[in-house]
Design a binder for this molecule. Structure first.
Ligand code: MN
Length: 213
């Protein structure tokens, strides 16, 4: 199999009470598991694409054969997005950001609270399923964006510094239809150390559209 479901870096219950164990189990094993399975199935008839990373596959979707382009966009995106998502959360996470990410947030948005408000608003406004992101732009600036479905900022030439999953499968068991409540609570499990690592990767190659080609 070209692509594999990564293990969760903590127990299913580790993010309680912010995210319940049942949601984590279904989200990781079934939803992320399905993206990996469907991505591998789509690549079956294209052995030359099987050695490419999922990031490289979605970096230039026009280069993907048309008959599997939609499947790669959805399932490759789903695989990349969720692989990031598990790592940018941790038990006893949250608190104020520190280090370089704190500087970038303050410089771009004024302060952490205003940034959180804007990020949460973008997540609330994303109609239907999707993600809300802090994304790096070519040149080094950052911006808040949202994407539908499993679309990744990578496919737009942007770098996903971190993002939150606003699909109902991410929160519905505990928060029901109350997406704003989930978005507000989610900051309690954010892993700023990992986000700083991702920011560092972006800042060392602030032209993600070209990186890796
Ligand atoms: Mn998800």
């Amino acid at each position: 199999m070209a692509h594999q479901l990564p293990d969760l870096p903590y127990d299913y219950s580790a993010l309680e009470p912010t995210i319940d164990a049942q949601t984590m189990k279904l989200h990781h094993d079934m939803h992320h598991g399905a993206y990996v399975k469907n991505l591998n199935a789509a690549l079956e008839k294209y052995p030359n694409l099987q050695s490419k990373s999922a990031e490289d596959l979605i970096r230039d979707l026009n280069a993907i054969p048309e008959d599997i382009r939609g499947a790669v966009r959805n399932n490759g995106g789903g695989h990349v997005n969720h692989t990031m998502f598990w790592k940018i959360m941790k038990p006893k996470g949250g608190g104020d950001p520190s280090g370089a990410i704190s500087e970038v947030i303050n410089k771009t948005f004024g302060n952490f609270k205003d940034f959180q408000t804007k990020f949460n608003e973008a997540g609330v406004k994303q109609f239907g399923s999707g993600w809300v992101w802090l994304a790096g732009k070519p040149g080094g600036e950052v911006q808040i964006i949202s994407t539908p479905n499993q679309d990744s900022p990578i496919s737009q030439g942007l770098f996903p510094i971190f993002g939150n999953d606003v699909w109902e499968h991410a929160y519905y068991l505990k928060y029901n239809n109350r997406r704003p409540e989930y978005l507000a609570a989610w900051w309690n499990v954010v892993n700023w150390d990992e986000i700083n690592q991702r920011l560092k990767a972006f800042q060392s190659h602030p032209e993600p559209a070209l990186a890796g080609r």
